[in-house]
Design a protein around this ligand. Structure first.
Ligand code: ZN
Length: 237
């Protein structure tokens, strides 16, 4: 029999759960950093495989062979073997960079081999792209079932951003974006469901970045945190 007192107890429980939901602290998400994650922040610490020690790589890590490193790391096979089993949450940063000296065809080979591993492992891919968006898109076209693709440190026009988001890819903006007028426009117009932020090699804290981006997008920081946190949970669970 349901007593009156039981009814009040249940009602109070439901009310408190609602309160809890409202006040639960939503963390900052730093989707790409080369430093340890800051307080109240979740995200991914990026490791350059073949260059940095593998100790410390774990659940909050992404692991990739950086396009800058393709001529420094030696043979690709042992690194790819490692990449297939290393306990990380994402592959990357991997990609193409036309502004660096590394041989471009070697960059292409290393990049595509890593895309294959992201597909095999069914984990997200973090992309470093400098003046090579069309080449990267041409390769990604062959891998339509990747779990998620995040273009990190995006610098580009609103049109270039739309070219990525229309394919279901995500874009991550850092402090560099705020110094580039066309990228500020891209950031302002970017769909909330495609958006990430990052401190990368950190010329400021991720909380400062959130404040500045909230201003650009004319939303409050709480709304921005909720949007980006939802994106993180959707991809990384
Ligand atoms: Zn980086």
């Amino acid at each position: 029999m349901l007593l009156f007192s039981h009814f009040f107890a249940i009602a109070k429980f439901v009310y408190l759960c609602g309160e809890e939901r409202q006040h639960r602290v939503i963390p900052f998400v730093d989707i790409h950093t080369h430093l340890p994650l800051a307080e109240e922040t979740i995200g991914l610490t990026s490791h350059r495989l073949g260059i940095e020690p593998t100790a410390g790589i774990g659940a909050d890590s992404s692991v990739g062979i950086h396009p800058w490193d393709v001529e420094k790391v030696g043979a690709v096979e042992p690194l790819l073997r490692q990449m297939r089993s290393i306990p990380c949450r994402a592959i990357g940063e991997a990609g193409l960079d036309k502004a660096c000296d590394a041989d471009f065809s070697r960059q292409m080979e290393f990049f595509e081999r890593q895309v294959v591993i992201a597909a095999e492992r069914n984990i997200p891919l973090i992309i470093h792209c400098v003046r090579a968006q069309s080449e990267i898109l041409a390769i990604l076209r062959h891998y339509p079932n990747l779990k998620a693709v995040i273009f990190h440190g995006f610098i580009g026009s609103p049109e270039q951003a739309t070219e990525l988001t229309s394919r279901g890819y995500h874009i991550s903006f850092g402090f560099g974006a705020l110094r580039s007028p066309k990228t500020v426009n891209a950031l302002r117009g970017c769909s909330g469901s495609a958006l990430f932020l990052e401190s990368d090699t950190a010329d400021g804290s991720v909380s400062t970045l959130y404040e500045q981006v909230a201003e650009v997008r004319k939303v409050d920081v709480a709304t921005l945190k909720r949007e980006i946190y939802d994106n993180y949970i959707r991809i990384f669970g």
